[in-house]
Design a protein around this ligand. Sequence first.
Ligand SMILES: [Zn+2]
Length: 293
Amino acid sequence: MSSREALVCSALALSCFASCSASETGKLEGFHLPAAVVSAATEPAPELKKVVVAETPKFTPKDPQLAYVLGQDLGIRSDEGGKGYFLAPRAHGKHNGIDFLAPVGTPVLAACSGKARSDERGGYGRVVQLVCRMPNSLGGNEGLHASFFYAHLDKAVPPKGWVHVEAGQKLGTVGKTGNASGPKIKPHLHLELIIRGSQEDALAETHSGVVKDAANDRFLELLADECLEPAKFASVHGEIRRDRRADPFVVLMCAAKPKPDLTEPSDDKLKVAQIRWSEHYTAGGFEVDRGPR
Ligand SMILES: [Zn+2]
C-alpha cells in the first residue's frame, strides 16, 4: 500500500465511523460498542416531567384611578363598641361599611375624582359624600357611579353644596362625631360605598334604607373578572356586598394606587383596637396587609 492509498483508506474508515448508524458502527471490526450504549442511542429520550406549581400571578390593578382614603393604614377598628369589618354584627343588623382605625385629626382623602359635599347626619355625625364615575375597568362603559360616604368626621372640607374634588385631595379629618362619640369607641373613619347606575342616581343617594339597584350586580361581575378571580382575592366571610352596598376595602384594593403599609398604632389604646386586614381577607396575587403594588 502506497502512502497515498493508506491515506484514502483511513479517510474512508473515518468517514464511515462518523456517518454510519450505531448498529453498523457496532459491527465495525475493532469498534464494538457496549450494548447499553447502542440501545440508549436508538431509544427516544424519556420525556421531561414538568412540575406545575399552582401559583397565582402577582396582581396589580390595571387602571388604578382610585386613591386610598388615609395617608396611614392602621387596619380595622375593634373595641368594646364592636368590630369594624364589613357586615360585622350590629344592633340594627349588619355593619354597612368599614371602620378604618385612625387617631382624631388624621386627614381623610378623596377615593376618586368627582363631586363632594358635607352634611350633619345624626348617628353618622359630620359626613362627606363623594360621587364619581367608576373607572371603565370596573364600571364597564355603562357609566356606573360610586357614592362614597365618610362618617364621624371631626372637620369636613367641602361645603353643603356639591364641589369638584380630585382623587387624593383632603376631604376632612377623622373624628368621633355622631354615635362614635362614646369613650368605648376608638376613633375611626366609617366608610361606605354604594354603586348606582348613573351619576344622577349616585348624587341622589342618601346612604339609608334598602333601595336595591341592579347596577351593583353588574359591578360585582366586572369586579370578579377584573380583580377577584385573577388575584384570588376574597373575604373570609364570603360576602362583599349588602344590597346596593359593596365592600369599600375590596374596591380600593382592586382599583386604587398602592396603599400605605399597614403599621401598628404608636398609641397603646389604639394598638389593642387594631384588626389586621389579613384576618378578614385572603389573596393569592398580593399580600393583603401590604395591598397590591
Ligand atoms: Zn362603622
